[in-house]
Design a binder for this molecule. Sequence first.
Ligand SMILES: Cc1cc2nc3c(=O)[nH]c(=O)nc-3n(C[C@H](O)[C@H](O)[C@H](O)COP(=O)(O)OP(=O)(O)OC[C@H]3O[C@@H](n4cnc5c(N)ncnc54)[C@H](O)[C@@H]3O)c2cc1C
Length: 428
Amino acid sequence: MRELRHRAVTCPQSPSCQVAEPELEPMTSDSQARALSAEPRCFSNASSAYVSARIKMGSQLSVDNSVQVVIVGGGFGGIAAASQLKSWGIPFTLVDMRDAFHHNVAALRASVEKGFAKKTFISYTVTFKDNFRQGLVVGIDLQKQRVLLQDGEALSFSHLILATGSDGPFPGKFNQLSNMETAIQSYEVMVKQVQKSQHIVVVGGGSAGVEMAAEIKTDYPEKEVILIHSQVALADVELLPCVRQEVKEILLRKGVKLVLSERVSNLDQLPLNESQEHILVKTDKGTEVDTNLVILCTGIKINSSAYSSAFADKLATNGALRVNEHLQVEGFDQIYAIGDCADVKEPKMAYHAGLHANVVVANIVNSMKQKPLQSYRPGALTFLLSMGRNDGVGQISGFYVGRLMVRLAKSRDLFISTSWKTMGQTPP
Ligand SMILES: Cc1cc2nc3c(=O)[nH]c(=O)nc-3n(C[C@H](O)[C@H](O)[C@H](O)COP(=O)(O)OP(=O)(O)OC[C@H]3O[C@@H](n4cnc5c(N)ncnc54)[C@H](O)[C@@H]3O)c2cc1C
């Protein structure tokens, strides 16, 4: 395999966009993985913060009995923090309501490709053994420094990392409280619904919606896929205009039909993720679409129920926790928030959650060594959109990157190997 490095040239579509043109160089097996989360290096959008926060892994720290880190939430941020604490030999407990990490970055392909879903769930117990506790966190007792579980148990902490992330509609997120086998099965059921349906509507043209439409059209070019989006431009608002334009062109090339600047008006009455003979989707502009399957790709919501009453006065309007530059919850030295549930002015991304984890573990270590704390500063955006396994577009550190680089860096594997590596397990 070869690694792609980039140099800046002018974007062919818009002079205001910078383009990273790939140059081929020998690649280590790690390089594509670093583009996502735990070990980002050349592709970092917060590279200065990351580099300064990098900690030497593998060396063990001697800590006294009073140290016990509790991590609430085993998403991308939580598993990155837990695996680093494990390497340092710092006592910790990772709590999650589920029994397996969900690599939801690949959830959309798992909804289309048979047998893929098992690669997207990774058991916590196999990796973290007794350091993992399955349970729903219902509150935090700040006075007694305890995390409260629904089953009545309380976990004492000296340091707390809140990493409860966000929820959204299935299949992009899997929100139910079930075990790994049932979760995998839900995706296999979804694969069958897609197989059965000749006409499919995807609602929402943000990054998840465009990736969903592209995944279906890649495996089923003969199916009709209609993407309905309430705005004109597709994908995330933070992306370069030329990236958003290319997203549109890729979809059109694949044969996805676009209904833009229209909002679905009868969403409440529509059966979701269930193949049926005639489903009538209506929009606010009077468009009506007769379809077989409706997939919703909108509405990510911060998971704040674990901490919202303890930190009622520290919440941003979306429920995320207000943090300082060290990612400490405002007013608390030993309590940190990372990932989607931290109120940092940048897009909510797995990649960022991994960067946050690096800074927070460095800060826990530094606070024990009485060293200055590290800061997290969002940088120029890195954001790759996989448009099926052979296509994609995106930007790295603010530079446009085209299909070749995105395909190598993301589309083929969707960073699945990175998560299995972080968890120290081998994918099936
Ligand atoms: C379809 C889709 C594709 C995406 N693609 C990309 C991509 O390509 N690149 C990228 O960087 N980002 C991508 N993202 C965004 C990314 O998924 C999120 O930013 C990321 O999951 C955030 O990680 P996190 O650790 O903050 O939280 P999450 O991954 O949301 O994990 C939170 C965890 O906390 C647990 N939890 C929550 N509340 C409680 C509680 N009360 N008690 C116990 N446990 C609790 C949950 O069970 C969950 O395991 C994508 C998102 C979607 C929906």
